[in-house]
Design a protein around this ligand. Structure first.
Ligand code: FAD
Length: 395
């Protein structure tokens, strides 16, 4: 009889989702969780308050050493991890801070992924090993000051001059921009949108940092200025033309966000549970009041449904069966629910909820960026709306 008794209820894993993970997946998750606990959590409130990510180059090298950069890519020093393993890493990194997860996503899923998928053999050998090791930081320039959700309208232009390319234009809101050694820049050409691998020491390239952000404060965000940047013929990514290029990279990064957002939510939720059992009002812990318990129960539902969804999408990606519309499903749901969990957790912490002593408000404000980048809520609604009806409502 006792052999069939279900295991004890675990408040940290109420659905037993860990049972779906194998020992390698659990080991990778624990490695990243331990790294984040040692290297990020003790400092993050200070970095956030200062609006800086000091020691970003050391952090990148350490992330490289644990195999977190370009994690699901193969060869060139990359870890060759599965989609689920990569997702688990994103969750643990974002449980520390969305800024750290953004550093890893942009490096691996955008800059490295673009070179790995669309680059020449020479481009891969030149850039990927150093990027996988965290010796070289990469950024990904798609958004422009006047062009966000509609990247087909981008103005940055690359024109041929003999065999050279000459790039002119501006990119905006570019994660890792000012610290990058290499920028993957998307530009119009006579043949449509092409990607260019731009060494950031090229004459005419500059990347002023964007200050005064109230979200993703522990993340480097920059403008890219391309003032007639001259590049050799082999700077273009040879294997792709058109929006298919950047959109393919974004799908990969969005997939990581489906997991990552649940990390921020988990951190906030756990802070709320802990607080609710120790904070007393009216002579008893506030977690003993039914109204608080209703909040906690509802948050637990959305948190663990979101993790299950991420897991499901990860298994589909590993099986080669994940569609972009399904990634939109996950990104839309999980980021929206994660913000709601942070906001509700904030109410449970009362006034302390607005303090950097607790992670909740930091996660909530970070998630405002996550809600917008990699496709806004509205873009993912339109993707799903089109898939459900067959009618395109984008324009
Ligand atoms: C911290 C941070 C880091 C970022 N990092 C990067 C990066 O590394 N690389 C990069 O290229 N970009 C990056 N971005 C930019 C991000 O991808 C864009 O902000 C995003 O694509 C939205 O573009 P936008 O801000 O220009 O908003 P807009 O496109 O101007 O949209 C404004 C509003 O209008 C809505 N809207 C637009 N069109 C429609 C429509 N057809 N129907 C209904 N509603 C519509 C949008 O959903 C949104 O609510 C970053 C942004 C942030 C905040």
């Amino acid at each position: 009889m006792s052999a069939h008794r279900p295991p004890a209820f675990d408040p940290r894993d109420p659905l037993g989702i860990d049972d779906l993970l194998d020992s390698d997946e659990l080991a990778i998750r624990d490695t990243v969780r331990t790294w984040a606990a040692d290297r990020v959590l003790p400092h993050i409130a200070d970095w956030y308050e200062r609006g800086e990510l000091p020691g970003i180059r050391d952090l990148a090298r350490e992330l490289g050493a644990i195999g977190a950069l370009g994690m699901s890519l193969t060869g060139y020093g990359c870890a060759g991890a599965s989609a689920v393993q990569y997702g688990l890493a994103c969750l643990e990194l974002e449980a520390a801070d969305s800024g750290i997860r953004s550093l890893v996503s942009v490096q691996g899923s955008l800059a490295m992924y673009a070179i790995h998928r669309f680059g020449s053999e020479e481009q891969k050998e030149r850039w990927l090993p150093g990027m996988a090791a965290g010796e070289l930081i990469g950024c990904f320039g798609l958004t422009e000051p006047d062009v966000g959700s509609d990247p087909a309208s981008m103005r940055t232009y690359a024109k041929k001059d003999g065999t050279d390319w000459v790039l002119t234009g501006r990119k905006m809101w570019i994660t890792n921009g000012s610290v990058a050694s290499v920028a993957v820049v998307w530009a119009q050409t006579e043949d449509g949108i092409r990607g260019f691998v731009v060494p950031t020491d090229a004459p005419g390239f500059s990347a002023p940092e964007i200050r005064h952000k109230w979200s993703l404060r522990a993340s480097v965000t920059s403008e890219l200025v391309l003032d007639e940047v001259r590049l050799p013929a082999d700077a273009v990514l040879p294997e792709v033309t058109g929006l298919r290029g950047p959109l393919g990279c974004l799908s990969h990064a969005r997939y990581g966000i489906v997991w990552g957002a649940m990390g921020a939510a988990r951190s906030s939720f756990e802070a709320a549970v802990d607080y609710s059992t120790t904070r007393e009002q009216f002579g008893r812990p506030i977690g003993g009041f039914q109204l608080t318990q209703a909040k906690l129960a509802d948050m637990a539902l959305e948190l663990h449904k979101g993790i299950l969804l991420a897991h499901h999408l990860g298994r589909r990606m590993d099986a080669g069966r994940l569609r972009p519309e399904q990634i939109s499903f996950g990104k839309l749901n999980n980021v929206r629910e994660a913000i709601e969990i942070c906001r509700t957790s904030r109410t449970i912490l009362g006034a302390n909820g607005i303090s950097l002593e607790y992670p909740v408000m930091r996660h909530a404000t970070n998630l405002e960026s996550v809600l917008t980048y990699e496709g806004t809520v509205e873009m993912h609604q339109l993707v799903l709306g089109k898939a459900l009806t067959g009618l395109d409502a984008f324009r």
